[in-house]
Write a protein that binds this ligand. Sequence first.
Ligand code: ADP
Length: 402
Amino acid sequence: MSGVYLTLNAGSSSIKFAVFDAGDASSKPLIRGNVAGIGSTPAFSARSADGRALDAGALATLEGATDHEAVIALLLPWLAAQTADQPLRAIGHRVVHGGRDLAAPTRITPEVLRQIETLIPLAPLHQPHNAAAIRAVAKWRPDVPQVACFDTSFHRSQDRLAQLFALPRALSDEGIIRYGFHGLSYEYIASVLPDHLDGAARARVIVAHLGNGSSMCAMTGGKSAATSMGFTALDGLMMGRRCGALDPGVILYLMQQKGMTAEDIGTLLYKQSGLLGVSNLSNDMEVLQASAEPHAEEAIRLFCYRAASSLAGLIPAIGGLDAMVFTAGIGENSALVRGMICERLKWLGVELSDTANEGHAITISSATSRVKVLVIPTNEEAVVADACRAVLTTAQGGSALD
Ligand code: ADP
């Protein structure tokens, strides 16, 4: 099929985008870009497949681009010019939460958008922006089919036990279960694992997606068996600004003894905790690594300790460990963090080659390591583009979005 697919990943203050050739099933985008600082000082950057910085044109100043809708209004004509008006076949969105019902990539209809919006309370940092981007596209290009790809879908293969909290069953029946996130990243890693490991070596794998948001996924046969994030993207690992797993008694204490409101607690847990809260300096791992402050060092050590503990806690779901994979900003780039996490996993038979780790090789485990350790860059956009292709070719889903 000629034409292009556009993928959008709308965050609270940024929109990441990529353009793929609809006729080429490779995972390499023609263009990859980002509008950051939406709502404050917006900045645009984009590169072509060969790494060339592309001229921002009308996006250089981003005048009046105070929200996602305004940015999308400028982005769509810019893209049309870049792609020489090739037909835009579909726009695929990364949507954080699909709940129990939206378990596969779906053509967006008014009903699907309504379902996405009802899940906003479960992912308040991300879901409203995903929905805003869908609405903006519907306004400016109502003729183009939109496809939603959910970060929760990949985990729906899990056993019921991996999804349950030990809460009264009426609450589980209502949907208060562990959903898990970063599914598009895990799906991509699962799809390329056969390029790196033979069948036995990839039977039981834990993937560590370590970025601003961080989680882990234990997989058997390329399917999710358990994951560290739960009902929301707050659970599990320590993150840039999020606390990760927390004794729920702390929340009761903050409410009952310190008079904090739900909103105060939301801000504390989502925005003021994690690397930022512990270091009192930054949410950014690169900044912390460059700092001589003892609190920065403690934040890094806590991050790694908790990541190693979380990894160990996922092993019962898959009955052992043959390989682990590091991905996302920290996982792909921080030899220090990979080394500190693996140091705590030596008892499992994890042994790194320091040279390979520091050289950011694909395989960073030593030749004698019982567990293979890999570093694989993630590519969530490629999964979204593939989903556009699949949804369009099966003509799945009803009418276009009004
Ligand atoms: P997001 O979850 O927003 O997609 P990323 O996957 O881009 O985030 O990860 C961002 C994190 O990766 C930041 O903490 C950043 O400091 C970290 N990071 C990026 N490059 C490096 C590096 N060279 N060394 C250490 N950390 C890095």
